[in-house]
Design a protein around this ligand. Structure first.
Ligand code: HPA
Length: 247
């Protein structure tokens, strides 16, 4: 049976309509995940939920134990992951509140434990990552968005930055020259770890703010981020409830 997980990011530390059945603390060879796994039903479908930054939103992007999170999900037989993430919008279609379903990644992060393939190796492994996200899952999300009349951006490049600070305007100019559509701090190594361990993985990103130097160029405030996320995450909740029964 398909076992689907949702990883919630900033603005989605819980799922309002999730009927929780139980929680499970999972220990992994890589340490502790961000919190216990929450099991429940959403849209009539069984699902496992994990808050990436912890249920109290206390773990910053560069301190998340991505390996433990992904390992924990795999160890309970999850095979599909919808990863929800707050991002900054770089290009004009990616305005605040918009949902973007990226199809590519550029990784600018550093000093994160970004592979399972480093201990006890009998041979060097180079996992294929040409297309970092599961296209079938992405298409399911797109079809579900259409079904509920939600305008989601189909495709785009997720630029993963180190954080926790936001970027400079020059850094965002560089990301745009590189081809990035959106910028976030948690997309990597989460996506590649999922690939290494054989999970189908897709990113459902919600634009929280115009990236540095975009929009009217004003300073980015937490208030703005929170307000846009409140709206965007309501959209994500509707999308998840629509997609889960068919995923
Ligand atoms: N940059 C990086 N990560 C983010 C942003 C941003 O502007 N907004 C939300 N997450």
């Amino acid at each position: 049976m398909t076992h689907l997980a949702i990883i919630g990011g900033t603005g989605l530390t819980s799922l309002k309509n999730l009927e929780i059945t139980h929680r499970e603390v999972v220990h992994t060879p890589y340490g502790e995940p961000s919190g216990p796994l929450t099991y429940g039903t959403l849209g009539g479908k069984k699902v496992v939920f994990l808050a990436r930054h912890g249920y109290g939103h206390t773990i910053p992007p560069h301190c998340i134990n991505y390996r433990a999170n992904i390992w924990a999900l795999r160890s309970v037989k999850v095979d599909k992951v919808i990863a929800v993430a707050a991002v900054g919008g770089i290009t004009k279609e990616a305005g605040p509140g918009v949902i973007v379903l990226p199809d590519q990644i550029i990784d600018y992060t550093w000093a994160r434990s970004s592979t399972f393939f480093e201990d006890d190796l009998t041979h060097v492994t180079h996992v294929d990552f040409t297309y970092p996200y599961s296209e079938p899952l992405r298409q399911l999300l797109l079809a579900s968005a259409k079904k509920i009349g939600l305008d989601a951006v189909d495709g785009g490049v997720y630029g993963a930055t180190q954080g926790p600070r936001l970027e400079t305007a020059a850094e965002i100019n560089r990301l745009e020259r590189d081809g990035c559509t959106i910028v976030g701090m948690t997309g990597m190594p989460e996506a590649v770890l999922a690939r290494e361990i054989g999970l189908e993985y897709v990113c459902c990103s919600v634009v929280a703010n115009w990236a540095a130097g975009r929009g009217d160029g004003a300073e980015i405030t937490m208030k703005e981020i929170e307000e846009n996320l409140a709206l965007g995450m309501d959209r994500v909740r509707s999308l998840l409830e629509t997609v889960l029964p068919i995923a």
